[in-house]
Structures are given as C-alpha cells and as structure tokens.
Design a protein around this ligand. Structure first.
Ligand SMILES: Cc1cc2nc3c(=O)[nH]c(=O)nc-3n(C[C@H](O)[C@H](O)[C@H](O)COP(=O)(O)OP(=O)(O)OC[C@H]3O[C@@H](n4cnc5c(N)ncnc54)[C@H](O)[C@@H]3O)c2cc1C
Length: 439
C-alpha cells in the first residue's frame, strides 16, 4: 500500500512541471515542438527525482525495498537518457529565427546563447554519465571513487539542465513553473547535502566501537559493534546498515551489511562479513576498539508484522546473515510458526553459526536444511546446489503456499528460487528478497 502511495507521489513530482506547462497561456506551436519541450521537461523532472531514489532514504527503500528502489533508479536513468537525447531533435521551429507570423518571437526559443550551451553541456554529459555508471568497475579503481564521481556528476548535469530549462525553456518563463523547477533542483541538491553532511553529522553524535572480530567460517568474519554512550540502533530483524569502520563519519568509505544480530539482543550489533574486495579483505585485521559509524537501519526484508502461517528462508553463502537475525528474533519472540531454512554453501567449512543452527533445529517448529555442493565423503545432508526440485520438495505442499518466503544469496540462486516459488503458486507479495550487489 505504501508502495502505491510512493508511486503516486513519484508520478506527481515528475508530471507536475508538464501539468503546469499545459495549463499555461503560451500560444500553440507545431505538435513536434510541443512534444520536444514535453520530453525535455519530463527528462529533467526524472533526473531531479533520481536524487531521491539513491537508496539512502529510509522512507522509500524501507517501504518498497532496496532492490526495487535501485532497479527503479537504474531504469529511470535510462528512460531519462532516451528522452533527453531525443528532445533537441524534434524541434521544427528554428532556434531564435523570427518568422513573419510571430513578430514577438513567442513561438520559438529565445535567449539561445548561454542557455543553449548549458543545455548542450547537459546533453553531452548525460550519456557519458550513464555509460560510466554502467561500466563503473572498469572505469573506477574503487567503489568510493565511483560514488564521489556519481554524486558530483549528477549535481553538475542537474545544474546545467536547470540553467537551460529556466532560461531557454519557453514554458519556464511562467514564474510559477520557473519557481517549481528551482524548488525541485534545490530539493535534489538538499538530498545530497542530507546524505553527505546532515546524516554524517548525526552519526558523529552516535559513535560505535568494534567490540569483537573473529573468524566465523572460511573467509568470513563475525564483526560485533557496541554503541558508545547511546542506546544503539532501533531496527527490525532482516534489515541492513551501511557501516563505516575507522574513518571519519564524513568519509565515503562505508559498506552495506545485513545485521545478523536480533533486535531482542539489546545493545550490540553483529555482522557476518565475507571477504570480497578492498574493505572486506582487510576485515580480519581490524583492531578491537576502532571507532565506527552506522547509517541504518535500511531495507524491508523483515518478517516482523507479517502474519503468514509459516516462514521459508532460502540463503546462499553469506546471505545467511539476515536469516540469522530473523531466526534469533523469532526464537526470542517465542514465535511457534513453522520455519524452514534452506542454507546452501560450497563446502561445510563455509557454514556460519553451525552450532546455533543445529540447536535451533531441535525446536519442533524449526527445520534446517543444509545443502553443500562440494561435500566431504561423510556428508549426511543435501548435496548440490539449491535447485528447483529441492525447493519444490521442501515447499511444494499446498499448506506452504501461503507462507512468507525470504531469499538472500547469489543472484542466480535468488532468481531460480523466486521463479520456483512463483511456479508453486506463492504470491509475489509473499516473497521478500535482498540482493547484495546492484551492478
Ligand atoms: C543490502 C546489502 C546487504 C549486504 N549484506 C552483506 C552481508 O551481510 N555480508 C557480506 O559479507 N556482504 C554483504 N553485502 C555485500 C557487501 O556490501 C560487499 O561485499 C562489500 O561492500 C564489498 O566491499 P569491498 O570494499 O570489500 O569491495 P569493493 O571491491 O569495494 O566492492 C565490491 C562490490 O561491493 C558493492 N559495494 C561496495 N561498496 C558499496 C557501497 N558503499 N554501497 C553499495 N554497494 C557497495 C558493489 O557492488 C561493489 O561493486 C551486502 C550488500 C548489500 C547491498
């Protein structure tokens, strides 16, 4: 329901300039000119709204989920690009040239000089910007370098586009529309200021310290943070946070990780972190006591508040992190609904919290299914990958169609699991998932 509200709000924002322009009193022009202006306005409105779809605003990603927010951001960036690229080619009226029937030149674009140049700059930079975003790992050595360039680049393009729109745009000569464009542009810039200045300021007042770092499994670490002088984080099991360890709160060095502890375990936050790149491969050498900052909680992959008769969890590798939080919270709540966890790993050495899972599996309502693709000779559990047939065997009973399912792991596993569950008749709204990469 909140998702529908957000879509309505989004459409309201991006269509508002077009609506205002349509109610304006400018004399009519050839249809293609109107279309050109309309596409330009729509492209700019979408570009400005992209700032709010960065995934860092809890009101949005907490309602529809991080995956949907980011996929929406990526899809709309491409839409904006297409609209903006087409925009100048549709004009039929010559730029600034007087025509006999239009002595006051109201039917053509005026002030082409600088305003046209800023439009051209935005028009050239936008495709470069989108292409760089698509190939960011090839262009930037670090994710942080890309983040910086992405934020600054977006602000620069929006600045050029704003100047072009309010000076060259025929409809923006209406003070109301000009004011709306400026207000939307300011909101976009404020959203950057919020993420990079205001929120770090708030975080600096709520520091954390590394309480423990220990090996959890092969190339996987348990990192425990404790709050310093404050009550900690108010979150729901299954959510995640951006964590910054050992840098200033204003630094771009922060990474998203699911919270593996449960809200019921007061105080500390626990993360299960797999070695991957620059930051995570150093995680084992972080010193106890190092200062840390948390931006969270984010995400909507939580079973709290869902009244489904049972819960199916499907995790691959480090995708177990949010599941541990969910399992711990269900246990703490004394929730007696049936729960089945399917947990896939390459080898038994990679199983995180094996003892806890074994203990939980002794509860009458909890079933833990380990799946290992490269098992030792004495392995007793399921073998291979988390396949469609395994999911069908475990969740295919009609009584499990109304369960709530939570998926987290490698993208291929998640796609397969989701398709299989949908094929079993599970409603899309009963499937929650979180991807660990948006590339
Ligand atoms: C919602 C979410 C939850 C996650 N939970 C876990 C978890 O519980 N345990 C775990 O081991 N891993 C988790 N990850 C993955 C983890 O964030 C990356 O493995 C980690 O950030 C890699 O950082 P790096 O510096 O080691 O590698 P890099 O080489 O710097 O980054 C590798 C990739 O990680 C991603 N990444 C890096 N930094 C960021 C960032 N600031 N914002 C978004 N994506 C970034 C990008 O896809 C990037 O291409 C999660 C990711 C997401 C999006």
């Amino acid at each position: 329901m909140r998702g529908l509200w957000l879509i309505g709000l989004y459409l309201g924002i991006v269509l508002a300039p077009l609506g205002l322009a349509a109610t304006g009193a400018a004399p009519p022009r050839p249809a293609l000119d109107e279309l050109a202006s309309g596409l330009g306005m729509l492209a700019f409105a979408i570009l400005l709204a992209e700032f709010l779809l960065s995934g860092r605003f809890r009101a949005i990603s907490g309602s529809v989920g991080m995956d949907i927010t980011i996929r929406f951001h990526q899809l709309l960036a491409r839409t904006c690009l297409v609209l903006a690229m087409v925009h100048p080619f549709l004009y039929t009226s010559p730029f600034g040239a007087p025509v006999p029937y239009d002595p006051t030149r109201q039917l053509v674009l005026t002030e082409p000089g600088v305003a046209l140049a800023t439009g051209a700059a935005a028009w050239v930079l936008l495709p470069a910007f989108v292409l760089i975003s698509l190939g960011k790992s090839a262009v930037f050595k670090t994710y942080e370098g890309w983040r910086l360039a992405h934020g600054l680049g977006a602000a620069l393009i929006a600045g050029f586009a704003w100047h072009h729109t309010v000076h060259a745009g025929r409809y923006a000569q209406d003070p109301l529309l000009k004011g709306l464009w400026t207000a939307l542009f300011v909101v976009a810039l404020l959203s950057l200021a919020f993420v990079y200045i205001v929120r770090p300021l708030t975080q600096s007042r709520k520091p954390w310290r590394v309480k423990d770092v220990r090996r959890a499994a092969e190339r996987t670490w348990d990192v425990v943070l404790e709050p310093e002088g404050h009550a900690g984080l108010n979150y729901r099991a299954g959510q995640f946070a951006w964590i910054n360890i050992g840098h200033s709160p204003f630094s771009l060095f922060e990474n998203p990780f699911s919270i593996a502890s449960a809200p019921a375990e007061t105080g500390v936050l626990r993360f299960v972190i797999k070695e991957f790149g620059d930051f995570t491969s150093q995680i084992g050498s972080i010193e106890i006591g190092t200062e840390a900052y948390i931006d969270g909680p984010h995400g909507h992959m939580t079973v709290q508040g869902h009244t489904a008769p049972g819960i199916g969890l499907i995790a691959g590798g480090v995708g177990i992190a949010p599941m541990l939080s969910i399992l711990r919270q269900l246990e703490a709540d004394g929730d007696e609904r049936p729960v089945t966890l399917i947990y896939g790993n390459r080898s038994p050495d990679q199983i995180v919290d094996g003892e806890l899972l074994m203990e939980l599996s002794t509860r009458p309502n909890i079933e833990i299914v380990h799946v290992v693709s490269e098992p030792a000779p004495d392995w007793q559990g399921e073998m291979g990958m988390i396949s469609a047939s395994l999911i069908e065997r475990r969740f295919g009973a009609p009584s499990r169609r109304d369960w709530l399912y939570v998926l987290c792991g490698p993208p291929a596993m998640m796609i397969k699991a989701e398709r299989t569950l949908l094929g079993l008749g599970v409603a899309q709204t009963n499937i929650l998932s979180e991807h660990f990469t948006y590339d």
